[in-house]
Design a protein around this ligand. Sequence first.
Ligand code: SF4
Length: 272
Amino acid sequence: MARTSGSDQVGEMLAERIAALIVDTANNAPRSLQKRIGPSEVGDPCERRLSYKELDWPRAAAESDPAASIIGTGFHTWMEEAFERRQSTLPDGRARYKIEERVTVYDSPIEATAVVGSSDLYDRLTGTVWDWKLVGHTSLDNYRRKGPGPQYRTQAHLYGLGQENAGETPKRVAICFVGRYHELRVHVWTEPYNRQVAEEGLARLGRIRARLIGPEATASNYDHTWWSQIPTNELAKCRFCEWFRPGSQDLTAGCPGNAQPADRHGFESLIA
Ligand code: SF4
């Protein structure tokens, strides 16, 4: 049996500390603490997950590995700086690029129900709403073959609506998938901006919210039977769901997932 040297032990101890620091920092990042539903979640195919989120239901899943999310955040910062360096002025005096600006997709007097988010990039010259996705190369191939899926497509148009609400006139939405890979692989999905896609996403969210019991409800009103009536979806991304508890028989304690092969098809829920 190999003996561990004193130097190795110090290295292991330091590695554990750094890993704990990374996990703690990631779990306390503003994004992780965000309780209200954001543009990236509105089109989530699973209504049950959206209902858990809306109610801020106690999480069931173990803390997820933050590595992909951290790398994705770093990539967004890199792109932000890249466009800041390329910033230019339009003939009307406005900046060409709006970079990582907060937009309101759905305004509400009840702050918790407003839908707001940070739009990766809006190009005023072309009227294009851009969104960056850093994904694994298997996912990149899936997006290339199958398109972005309803959740990302809805997100793209929601940011279009957010830009419209901010006084812009978006013409096109685009999602740029970049492979987390040892060589550069880029795929862009794009289509004309369609406000109706965004409005349908918001209307669906409104229907999901309307099904929740009013503010007078207590946790006991949301029993297993109640949760079992909230549908899942074959496209649900259970692997990334904070309420995923394999084998759970009690939906108040966690959801066993949709048990459909679709939740293992390699799509990833990354930084949006
Ligand atoms: S585990 Fe899957 S089916 Fe259950 S709430 Fe989460 S995403 Fe939906």
